[in-house]
Design a protein around this ligand. Sequence first.
Ligand code: CDP
Length: 263
Amino acid sequence: MPLIIKDEYPEKLFREDGKRLDGRKENELRPIKMEVGVIKNADGSAYLEWGNNKIFAAVYGPRDVHPHHLAKPDRGILRVFYRMTTYSVFERKKPAPGRREKEISMVIADCLRPVLFLELYPSTSFEVFIEVMDADGGTRCASTTVAALALADAGIPMRSLVSSVAIGKIDGKIIVDLSGIEDKAGEADLPCAITWFNEEISLLQFDGDMNLKEMNESLDLAKDALKLIHEKQNEALKCKYIEIQKEEEKNSQENDNGGVDLK
Ligand code: CDP
């Protein structure tokens, strides 16, 4: 499925067979792949491919606060830096962070803060650096999801993971997980996120036109999609520890054999 080419939006966002332009059903997510521990120099990291989106998140913390005047004597602070690379979208994006990136960084930080025990880390900072390498709609949700995973990978105590997805409306129908073209040409976009420890919504933004019935339908669809995303996050974390366990077993076998590979 091609990425968006400006001003070339199709008139219809459903095909004749009733499927969406990329072949999905209304309640279907794009393919999602996640991996943790992908950046050696960070305390924690994760990589996510979600449809055409490709996003890295790297975490440092707890560590000293820079600039120092931002430090809070009674708690740690969480700072999020969401950035889209210049080549991540069809039209060259200016390298300097714009208003959109600052806003998205802020909403992701607000959304992740409730799951951290910041009160246990006075005068320190946790920093999350998010790099969107390829963007195709829903990057704030994908970034929130991958950032939560990177925090968990860093071994930072968390009340739970956070998962996020956008629900939208295209050609009068409510759909899950808008692609870039559906985001631009559709009628509504409702990114949301959930903190699993209390099952509360920690992000809810809205752009477009929906009635109350459609809004309720959207939140119902979001619940099912968020559960699937949460499962994938857990799988990605487990995968890392299964690999570590295998490595440990291999090392201890080698030690039992006097460190010599007998094969
Ligand atoms: O990515 P998200 O849906 O969270 O945020 P958005 O501001 O609604 O942007 C929707 C999509 O527009 C992005 O995912 C990109 O694919 C695209 N976009 C773009 O082409 N150029 C930009 N400067 C910003 C966004």
